[in-house]
Design a protein around this ligand. Structure first.
Ligand SMILES: Cc1ncc(C[n+]2csc(CCOP(=O)(O)OP(=O)(O)O)c2C)c(N)n1
Ligand code: SF4
Length: 276
């Protein structure tokens, strides 16, 4: 087991009380327990409060465009399959601006773990509705309430038969550590949708709102697709936490195009010309 200190301690720009702190700590604990040292870890993110996370961990990192964290993460994995690749971003970044990449990544099934900090709001841009905001939720930008039904990410991922679909809550850190570990250990694409309060801009989905509804799954058959869909559909009345669905199928794409292929310098010139 690695010492958690190897991932560093950094000053953050998050608001006091934000759920992001617990997610960051839980990720570091999971990495330490899995004995993944910083030089074996790649973290990719987009834009948002959650997406600042790679700056707060010692690792190889890429903090890129809003919604584009998954394509980068998949590229990292293809280029260097020996690395553990984790993608972190908010619900807006992952399901809104990056929504198409989300469904494509499920189908592609590379060995990448997606951790979504789902606060049901756009935090960084000060509280507009995101895809996971409930219909009718009033914000400064939606004074008459959000006009669309909320996106249910775990239901969509299960419907597409993603390899590993889990839900967690920043207010259940011990459970969160175990779920992140299981997601990283899963061989293929894994999603952990982590519910987290945004104390500054979401006054509806508060810590107690989640706490009242969340419960840890027990006696649930993760391989039962219909049962998993039913569990995902309980949101928002009840929120089952844990692995909702798991399908054991080998991952795709083992970096045959890049890292595993050694080119001589002269080959490279020829290779580049083949793209002209
Ligand atoms: C293509 C694009 N669209 C919109 C923005 C503006 N923008 C930056 S962050 C953000 C919302 C972030 O919300 P979320 O991804 O849920 O993360 P959070 O800040 O809540 O952690 C938006 C809309 C942008 N930078 N790029
Ligand atoms: S705005 Fe919300 S999500 Fe962003 S750091 Fe503050 S509490 Fe957290």
């Amino acid at each position: 087991m690695a010492n958690i200190d190897v991932y560093g301690e950094f000053e953050t720009s998050w608001c006091p009380g934000c759920g992001n702190f617990s997610i960051l700590k839980s990720l570091k604990e999971a990495l330490a327990e899995l004995d993944i040292p910083p030089h074996k870890l790649m973290v990719s993110s987009g834009i948002g409060q959650a997406a600042k996370m790679p700056h707060y961990i010692n690792c190889h990192m890429f903090n890129g465009l809003h919604g584009r964290s998954l394509p980068v993460a998949q590229g990292m994995k293809m280029a260097n399959p020996e690395m553990t690749v984790v993608c972190v971003s908010g619900d807006g970044c992952s399901y809104g601006e990056g929504g198409n990449h989300f469904t494509a990544a499920i189908r592609r099934n590379l060995d990448v773990t997606l951790l979504v900090h789902n606060n049901q709001i756009y935090g960084l841009t000060k509280g507009q509705a995101s895809p996971t905001t409930a219909r009718g939720h009033v914000t400064k930008a939606q004074p008459d309430g959000a006009a669309s039904d909320a996106f249910n990410p775990v239901a969509v991922a299960i419907a597409q038969k993603a390899g590993f679909v889990a839900r967690a809550f920043s207010g259940e850190p011990e459970h969160l550590v175990g779920t992140i570990k299981a997601a990283i250990e899963h061989d293929g694409f894994s999603l952990v949708d982590i519910l987290q309060p945004c104390v500054s801009f979401n006054k509806i989905n508060t810590f107690s709102w989640y706490k009242e509804r969340a419960y840890i799954l027990d006696n649930h058959d993760e391989t039962d697709w219909c049962a998993a869909l039913m569990k995902a559909g309980e949101f928002p009345d009840r929120i089952p936490l844990g692995v909702l669905y798991r399908k054991m199928e080998p991952h795709n794409g083992d970096g045959v195009l890049l890292a595993k292929h050694e080119y001589a310098k002269s080959d490279l010139k020829e290779l580049l010309q083949s793209f002209a």
